[in-house]
Ligand binder design. Structure first.
Ligand SMILES: NC(=O)c1ccc[n+]([C@@H]2O[C@H](COP(=O)([O-])OP(=O)(O)OC[C@H]3O[C@@H](n4cnc5c(N)ncnc54)[C@H](OP(=O)(O)O)[C@@H]3O)[C@@H](O)[C@H]2O)c1
Length: 219
């Protein structure tokens, strides 16, 4: 399965600021590209904290993009995927209430007691040790050929550190956040792609007022 990461950051490398509202980093042109990228993938994954904080619907609304998916033999709605340890996920989140595609929640055993009510709204997959590989393997088993990962930090961290990313689309907004408590792209630690193992830059483009970089992560 092809795994693509798509993230937007401020010029100082933050995914968000510390305010309760979602920080808008992308401009209209960047959003249009991200929506197209989403529509090309079989599944989209975001972490539980992003669901709680931003409450994204993760639904393809554009009728042309939906028609293109149907023509390619894909379901018009993607499979939506999240992961959680605590199971602290309200069934009122738009992740569960919007779109006709399958919703999948990955959990690490032992299962939190609160999870049973969510089984009505999503497929619950529990594994003894939740890793990027276990998620990729299970989604592959369910027929997914492409997965788009949109964050946040913990999820990106997990997939980059385990070297389970094939392509990385990074959009940089032309402003600073300047708050050390804000979420960064990833957390500290060892990454397979470090100073001795550089990613391959496929292209760098101006998209509206954003700089968009496309990297290939070759083993
Ligand atoms: N700019 C962008 O492109 C972009 C995109 C997405 C998100 N964001 C921002 O990113 C921030 C959220 O990032 P975040 O790092 O705090 O959270 P996150 O990565 O969205 O989600 C973290 C949560 O995922 C679950 N999780 C992580 N690793 C797990 C594992 N190994 N096993 C089981 N569950 C696991 C845990 O859920 P539980 O707590 O439920 O156990 C954890 O709290 C928000 O501010 C959001 O706005 C920005």
């Amino acid at each position: 399965m092809k795994v693509i990461v798509s993230a937007a950051v401020s010029i100082d490398g933050y995914l968000d600021d510390t305010s309760p509202e979602r920080l808008v980093l992308s401009g209209a042109e960047d959003w249009a590209e991200v929506h197209r990228l989403r529509a090309e993938c079989d599944a989209i994954l975001v972490g539980a904290e992003t669901l709680r904080k931003d409450n994204p619907a993760l639904v393809i609304r554009d009728s042309v993009l939906r028609a293109e998916r149907i023509a390619r033999g894909q379901n018009p709605d993607q499979t939506k995927v999240t992961l959680s340890r605590t199971g602290r996920l309200s069934s009122d989140l738009r992740f569960f209430t919007e779109g006709e595609g399958e919703k999948v929640v990955f959990l690490q055993e032992p299962l939190p007691s609160t999870i049973h009510q969510l089984a009505e709204y999503a497929s619950i997959i529990s594994v003894p040790q939740l890793t990027a590989s276990s998620i990729v393997n299970e989604l592959e088993r369910r027929g997914c050929h492409s997965l788009l990962i949109e964050g946040g930090s913990q999820v990106l961290d997990m997939f980059f550190k385990e070297n389970r990313v094939d392509e990385f689309r990074l959009a940089i907004a032309p402003f600073f956040v300047g708050e050390s408590g804000a979420p960064r792209l990833v957390h500290e630690g060892a990454f397979p792609f470090d100073k001795e193992h550089r990613m391959t830059l496929l292209e760098a483009r101006k998209v509206g007022d954003m700089a968009v970089m496309h990297y290939k992560l070759e083993p």
